[in-house]
Structure formats: structure tokens, C-alpha cells
Design a protein around this ligand. Structure first.
Ligand code: ADP
Ligand code: TRP
Length: 321
């Protein structure tokens, strides 16, 4: 079984990325042949400073390795080190109906916000389809917001196969229901674009401040809260604390008597503790960047060899070369 996922180097990774995509991906590296990459081609639709892209890409590499991606088990690489993926994007684009892309939220949301979309953003799901199909991937672990793109990938692969024979493996998305959408500090989906993130790594003081500023209502501590399970801090606590601890806080909030300040403090302590080991590993990696570059180079060589065989298969089947 081949597992594949990617993450864009578009800013500091947050707890939503971790529980929605990184942790499932890291767990899956035990279950099959895992390919994980840093989607730097994709980041060109949002970032236009070369130095920012370079720095973010390295940060994602450090974050992912620190969180437990094991290069002995997974193939870890940078997307643009396998340029064949752009060649396959063209082949796939020729069988992709316009309507399919017009319906994609990546493009539709920007349109709705009045942001002038470019061809790259419109074509982004085709590049993503190429990312997936070029490694004969079976399983794609992602957060719920990426499900539509994996479905588009399936449609494109089926269409190509109908025209040119059994070229591509049809992939399946894998979404963990319990962490499908991690809430941000304002209660909406945690996302870099909403300025509501809690980063995985960073300085203690500002992160503590962010958590203490989680948006709550104005009910006094002693008032019982029958909707305790919907509280953002409880939802986040469930991810970073033991089941007993999270249930205990939820019950105390429901019954009344637990103040929001104390709840947030508990959330911060548990969150900080949860990433302690990863924080230490990240510091070690940061002091040994040569090793990180070696890992990515080795991953790219393996990924590229596989990508070349799949692109050649697609070209041959479609009468190219
Ligand atoms: P962002 O919304 O911050 O820009 P990305 O779109 O780069 O995040 O997402 C990278 C990965 O993390 C994707 O697989 C996405 O589904 C997952 N992800 C992002 N935010 C969340 C969230 N709040 N809850 C669950 N998964 C998330
Ligand atoms: N589009 C994904 C995101 O923004 C990142 C990504 C690019 C990806 N190519 C992929 C994820 C292929 C899974 C498989 O989060």
C-alpha cells in the first residue's frame, strides 16, 4: 500500500495541521510505503518572495521531522525536486473539464472574496492530482478541507484511464473524523488564512498569550454550561491531554464552578507538555541542517525514480514518445 500526502510551505505549521494531517500521516508510515512532500510549487500561488519560500520549506522539513516523520520509514522530499510532476500536470489537464475546476473551493472561495485568481490557482487541483497519481498512491491522508481535491483526482484518473487504458491507480482520501476540523482561537477552523492559529513550535510567552485569549462567552464561572463539549478549549484539550484529564475538565465546566481562565491555563500546560519532545528534537535538527538537506535529497532521488516510471507509462499509453 502506498500512502502519499503533501503540505504547503505557506507559513508556520499549527495544531490544526498537526492533528488533521501530520499525525495521521506519521502514524501511517508504519502501515505502508509512505511518500510525504513539501508542496513548494503549490506555494507559488500565495507566496511571491523567494527567500520566504526557501525559509518556509526548510521550516516545514524541520517541523515534520521533529514531529516524528522518520526518513528510514518514509520518503520525504520537496515537490520541485521532482519536476516530472509538472509534465504530468499537462497530460492530466487535457482530460480535466473546466466545470470540475470551477467547482473547487480553492478557486471559488478566492473568487467570492474578490481576490483576482490566476491560472495557477485555478489549475491547482490538477497539480495536486499529478502529485498523487505520479506515485501510484492508494491512500491520501488529509484534513477534511482537502477531500474535494482527492475526489477531483479520482475523476481525472478515471477519465484518463477510460481514454488511454489502465494507467493510474485510483486513490482514496483518508480523513480522521475525530480531528477533521480543529478549531482556531476564534472557534472557526484553525487556518493560517484566518489569523487564529496556535503554532506547533514557537516561543512560550506569545503562545501562552494566544491560548489565554481564546474567545469565550461572558457566563460566570459558577453557572453550569450544558454545552461544555462545544467549548473551544475543551475541544483542543481533548487533542493534547489524556482522555481522563479532558473528560474531567469537561465535566467540571458542565457542572459549573470552573472558570474559563483556569481552563485555558490547563489547556496551555497540556499543549506545552504534548510537544516537549518534538521541541527538543527540532532544536537538534536545527543544529544539524546538513542532515536535513541530506534527508530531502535522498527522498527526492527515490521519489523521482518512481515518478519517471509512472510518467513514462502515461506518455506511452497516450502516444507521446
Ligand atoms: P491552512 O488552512 O492553515 O492554510 P493548509 O490548507 O496548508 O492549512 O493545510 C495543510 C493540511 O492540514 C491539510 O491536509 C489540511 O486538511 C490540514 N488542516 C489544516 N487546518 C486544519 C484544521 N483546522 N483541522 C484539521 N486539519 C487541518
Ligand atoms: N493542497 C494541499 C494543501 O493545501 C497540499 C497538497 C498538495 C497535497 N499536493 C497534495 C496533499 C497531494 C495531499 C496530496 O493542504
Amino acid at each position: 500500500m502506498r500512502i502519499l500526502s503533501g503540505i504547503q510551505p505557506s507559513g508556520a505549521l499549527h495544531v490544526g495541521n498537526y492533528f488533521g494531517m501530520m499525525r495521521p500521516a506519521i502514524e501511517l508510515q508504519e502501515k505502508g510505503e509512505a511518500y510525504y512532500f513539501i508542496a513548494d510549487y503549490h506555494s507559488m500561488t500565495s507566496i511571491t518572495e523567494p527567500e520566504v519560500r526557501r525559509k518556509n520549506s526548510l521550516d516545514v522539513a524541520l517541523d515534520f521531522l521533529a514531529c516524528g516523520l522518520d526518513p528510514a520509514k518514509s520518503v520525504f522530499f520537496v515537490q520541485s525536486d521532482v519536476p516530472e510532476v509538472t509534465e504530468l500536470t499537462w497530460l492530466l489537464g487535457t482530460v480535466t473539464p473546466m466545470g470540475l475546476l470551477e467547482r473547487c473551493h480553492s478557486y471559488k472561495d478566492k473568487q467570492a472574496k474578490g481576490i483576482a485568481a490566476n491560472f495557477g490557482l485555478f489549475a491547482y487541483p490538477v497539480l495536486m492530482a499529478s502529485d498523487i497519481l505520479i506515485y501510484d498512491s492508494n491512500i491520501v491522508p488529509v484534513g477534511r478541507d482537502q477531500k474535494q481535491h482527492v475526489e477531483v483526482t479520482r475523476d481525472i484518473a478515471i477519465k484518463f484511464n477510460q481514454l488511454y487504458g489502465e494507467v493510474f491507480v485510483i486513490p482514496e482520501p483518508q480523513i480522521r473524523d475525530e480531528v477533521a476540523v480543529v478549531p482556531g482561537t476564534d472557534g472557526h477552523k484553525m487556518s493560517k488564512s484566518y489569523d487564529n492559529t496556535i503554532e506547533i513550535f514557537g516561543e512560550e510567552k506569545p503562545l501562552r498569550k494566544k491560548i489565554m485569549r481564546l474567545v469565550m462567552d461572558s457566563r460566570p464561572p459558577e453557572e453550569p454550561k450544558p454545552d461544555a463539549d462545544k467549548n473551544i478549549a475543551i475541544q483542543l484539550l481533548r487533542l493534547v491531554a489524556s482522555k481522563e484529564t479532558a473528560t474531567d475538565y469537561e465535566n467540571r465546566l458542565r457542572e459549573g464552578g470552573l472558570g474559563y481562565g483556569d481552563l485555558k491555563k490547563a489547556l496551555f500546560e497540556n499543549y506545552w507538555e504534548y510537544f516537549t519532545e518534538a521541541r527538543a528534537r527540532r532544536a537538534e535538527l536545527e543544529a544539524n541542517l546538513d542532515h536535513v538537506h541530506q534527508v530531502l535529497k535522498g527522498g527526492a532521488a527515490k521519489a523521482r525514480a518512481l515518478a519517471q516510471t509512472v510518467v513514462n507509462r502515461a506518455k506511452k499509453a497516450s502516444g507521446l514518445g
